[in-house]
Design a binder for this molecule. Structure first.
Ligand code: FEO
Length: 396
């Protein structure tokens, strides 16, 4: 159903209450998502972003509640990822006179996805399209989070449509931030930032500075996923500035996997050492924990301890995916250490420390290994390791 957000501005997107995995299976979405599409009705009519292809009929129906799609003059595609551009083939069939507006880098990604000879118009930062009372202003935002990413600002309506930036995978009954549970909203917003945007933090901070310097009045920030920021819209911009600075909390995450509980006992002893130092920690068993939720907790925390026993001269398979993610996410300002049990060859600490170094996690102290089940002395070493990491977590 179309929802009027302001006079002449409509949300014509869809809520996807069912989706639990995004990007194939790369990202968990426990609270579903929305694909937000916006319709601006002025002397000229513009549609800003579309929805994922399985919902294309719903999008067309929503548009029809407001206008005949054949009257649409401009379709703006801020970003080619299929969750936003997937309906373009059907939209462009219905919007028979529309010009398809993309960023300069979008001239690579959009045709690269659809191989259609639509009536394209490439725009760069500062270029405008006058709709009537309202004018669209474009700001390229490369690597926030794809090379083609672009923000569209509607002057007159005074709303910023920054596509993926400031979004959350969060399906809700109501559209605005003052109508939903803000604790859930921020959990989803930080998860989105931690898992998707962290590697581009420098670009995010720079782009925010650039947009703020334009001194545009912003009454609403309308991302392409989740809830729309109407109440104090700049609150999420300030949060992004904090997150982009990557100054983590004085806390730690201890993640591990185990076969016969030896490495679990070591994890708990490390936690005891941290607690003695007054540093809060969370323990995650990777065989039963959601990888993206653990990544979010790591993003928030300064300390990261990783444990695995040796298996076939390597690590338990559940540990490898999160280490691969952490390498790519390039978190800053982390300290940590390795631990785990072994039976005979015992290469796990070396492997874990190699991974920690590749993940940009500064190793505070050599890891603790325990043969078979840990002895009382091994558990004391784990407590000492917890204390050493806690000290580094507390250090300025
Ligand atoms: Fe980068 Fe929501 O797609």
């Amino acid at each position: 159903m179309a929802t009027e957000l302001k006079k002449g501005l409509y949300w014509v997107g869809v809520a996807d209450w069912d989706i639990r995995h995004f990007h194939g299976h790369e990202l968990s979405t426990h609270r579903g998502s929305t694909y937000n599409s916006y319709l601006i009705v002025d002397e000229k009519i513009a549609l800003v972003d579309t929805v994922w292809a399985p919902f294309q009929d719903q999008l067309i129906e929503n548009i029809r509640e407001v206008v005949d799609p054949a009257r649409i003059d401009y379709v703006i595609t801020n970003h080619a990822e299929p969750d936003h551009s997937g309906s373009l083939p059907v939209v462009m069939r219905h919007c028979t006179k529309a010009t398809l507006v993309v960023s300069k880098r979008g001239m690579d990604s959009v045709p690269g996805h659809y191989h259609q000879s639509w009536n394209f118009k490439a725009v760069g930062t500062g270029e405008t399209i006058v709709l009537g009372k309202n004018t669209l202003v474009f700001v390229e935002a490369p690597m926030v989070h794809w090379p083609d990413s672009m923000f569209t600002y509607a002057a007159g309506l005074n709303v910023l449509m920054p596509n993926d930036a400031f979004g959350q995978h969060y399906a809700t009954a109501f559209r605005f931030n003052d109508q939903v549970d803000n604790e859930e909203l921020y959990q989803e917003a930080i998860k989105y930032y931690a898992n998707i945007l962290t590697p581009y933090s420098k670009m995010v901070a720079k782009k925010i500075d650039e947009v703020l310097a334009m001194n545009l009045p912003v009454e609403m920030i309308l991302p392409s996923h989740g809830v729309l920021w109407r109440k104090e819209p700049l609150q999420i911009v300030k949060k992004y500035q904090e997150w982009a600075a990557q100054r983590p909390e004085r806390s730690a995450v201890i993640l591990y996997d185990t076969m016969w509980q030896a490495t679990r006992r070591m994890a708990e002893a490390i936690g005891q050492g941290m607690a003695e130092m007054g540093v809060p920690y969370k323990i995650f068993h990777m065989a039963t924990s959601d990888r993206n939720d653990v990544i979010t907790e790591i993003f928030k925390s300064k300390g990261v301890l990783v444990g695995s026993p040796t298996l076939n001269q390597g690590l338990l398979p559940t540990i490898a995916p999160i280490l691969e993610d952490l390498k790519g996410l390039r978190f800053q300002n982390k300290v940590g250490a390795a631990f785990g049990s072994y039976g005979w060859s015992g290469e796990h600490i070396r492997h874990l420390e190699d991974h920690l170094a590749r993940c940009n996690i500064q190793i505070v102290r050599a890891g603790v290994k325990a043969k078979w089940q840990p002895t009382a002395a091994d558990l004391d070493s784990c407590r000492d390791l917890g204390k050493a990491v806690a000290e580094a977590v507390k250090a300025e």
